[in-house]
Design a protein. Structure first.
Length: 190
């Protein structure tokens, strides 16, 4: 029960894979004089699963594999990926938080990580498509002009977009004049 509340999952592979001081403390809270009786649970492999099922049902936990909760989880992930500029680690942390708040038992960490990667990819494609449509509506020539910025001119090492992206490296009057000229040229193009 404690591992589900604090970790978000059962230790069914080895329910005794916890510090013995925790077992002693819980035995004291529950009024169990001999905490070593917990070792009897490991004698029969199915006992850990039966206890997990009882705890799950008694406290209202849900299986991650439950289709309804899976849909809710994916809806949360898609919404979060679309509305927040978070990296993958932050989004995995948000996903784990959502699962714990909604009492959904956590799977292996690779499962939400894979779903986060998939959802971020879908959100990125949706963002690119939305920006491309907006650019086309704003000015029909704009998408072509933007694509042209990606080309590396003959004899140059970087594209025009990369050159415009880099700020001046010196803070002299000449550098400031060049930066203003660059901005003026960029505004003329778009």
């Amino acid at each position: 029960m404690c591992t589900v509340r604090y970790v978000g999952r059962f230790l069914v592979d080895d329910p005794l894979d916890v510090p013995w001081s925790v077992v002693d403390h819980l035995a004291g809270q529950l009024g169990i004089e001999d905490p070593s009786v917990v070792k009897r649970d490991a004698e029969r492999p199915k006992t850990a699963y039966e206890h997990a099922w009882e705890i799950r049902d008694a406290y209202g936990y849900h299986q991650f594999e439950d289709p309804a909760w899976g849909r809710r989880f994916r809806t949360f992930l898609h919404g979060r990926a679309w509305t927040h500029a978070e990296g993958p680690v932050a989004l995995v942390n948000q996903a784990v938080g959502w699962l714990r708040r909604n009492r959904v038992l956590l799977p292996r960490v690779s499962v939400p990580a894979k779903q986060v990667a998939m959802v971020r990819s879908v959100a990125e494609k949706r963002l690119y498509a939305t920006v491309a449509r907006a650019a086309g509506r704003a000015d029909g020539a704009l998408p072509g002009d933007l694509v042209a910025l990606l080309a590396v001119p003959e004899g140059a090492r970087v594209s025009e977009l990369e050159r415009l992206r880099r700020p001046p490296t010196r803070t002299t009057g000449t550098s400031m004049a060049e930066a203003l000229e660059r901005v003026a040229l960029g505004n003329d193009r778009f």
